[in-house]
Ligand binder design. Structure first.
Ligand code: MN
Length: 243
């Protein structure tokens, strides 16, 4: 039975050794039984360029490579933390980069995949910052600097982008329902799967008198990890069990 797995927001870094181990086991075990693995952004907590070889990056790349060589198709959407993942990373891991949003057909259900930050339209300051840092000239300048400098800059940008989150209201940090409906309508999708907000939940609703749904992926934290699995029988959530 063809199986599609979806994950996001692992925020892998040297500080999150438990999550890294959990992910490596997941790639060797559960993920290797699936046909497709979609990573919907923020796989890494920060990404300053494909030439970064600080741990745990080499180990994660190798494990992804083993998965894609084993036959599972690996797909990737940029998150706000790792939007600089580029062609070299994809070549090394066998991942294919998708645009945000991307529409796929899952057993007859048109399904829109997003990281999720584009849906948080109540936070205009963040969206403005997002536009700025994704300008090709800005990216080119950033990547032209030595790696240690990029790491320091990334920290500074993060402080600026504020994950001044803590100062923003809960409502602003969540998706805007009108934005959700606009993306679904524009792409004629019946289902949306995204991450970013870390508010894992399934939201069925109706749009133009049709039943549609939005599914939010969970953040991975330590040994706590959850995936969304889609088969011809439907969509379900599954805990990642230590094996
Ligand atoms: Mn995010």
């Amino acid at each position: 039975m063809t199986e599609y797995l979806f994950i996001s927001d692992l925020h892998l870094s040297a500080d999150r050794a438990d999550t890294v181990q959990c992910f490596l086991r997941f790639l060797e075990g559960r993920a290797s039984q699936a046909d497709h693995l979609y990573i919907l952004g923020d796989l890494f907590d920060t990404w300053v360029g494909d030439d970064d070889r600080h741990p745990p990056i080499p180990e994660v790349k190798q494990a992804l490579r083993r998965l894609s060589c084993g036959g599972a198709k690996l797909w990737l959407i940029h998150g706000n933390r790792d939007f600089l993942i580029g062609e070299a990373f994809c070549r090394e891991t066998g991942a294919e980069l998708l645009t945000d949003p991307s529409l796929i057909d899952l057993f007859g259900t048109p399904t829109l995949l997003m990281h999720g930050d584009l849906l948080c339209t109540d936070d205009q300051a963040y969206l403005e910052f997002r536009r700025e840092i994704r300008q090709p000239a800005f990216i080119q300048h950033f990547l032209s600097q030595p790696i240690e400098q990029r790491i320091a800059l990334a920290k500074a940008y993060r402080a600026k982008s504020g994950e001044a989150n803590s100062l923003k209201s809960e409502a602003i940090m969540d998706v805007n329902q009108q934005a959700v409906e606009r993306y679904l309508s524009e792409h004629q999708a019946e289902r949306l799967i995204h991450g970013h907000t870390h508010r894992a939940a399934d939201h069925p609703f109706s749009l133009a008198e049709r039943a549609v749904s939005r599914h939010v992926l969970a953040e991975w934290r330590g040994e706590q990890a959850e995936i969304i699995c889609v088969t011809p029988e439907g969509l379900r959530r599954e805990a990642v069990i230590r094996n």
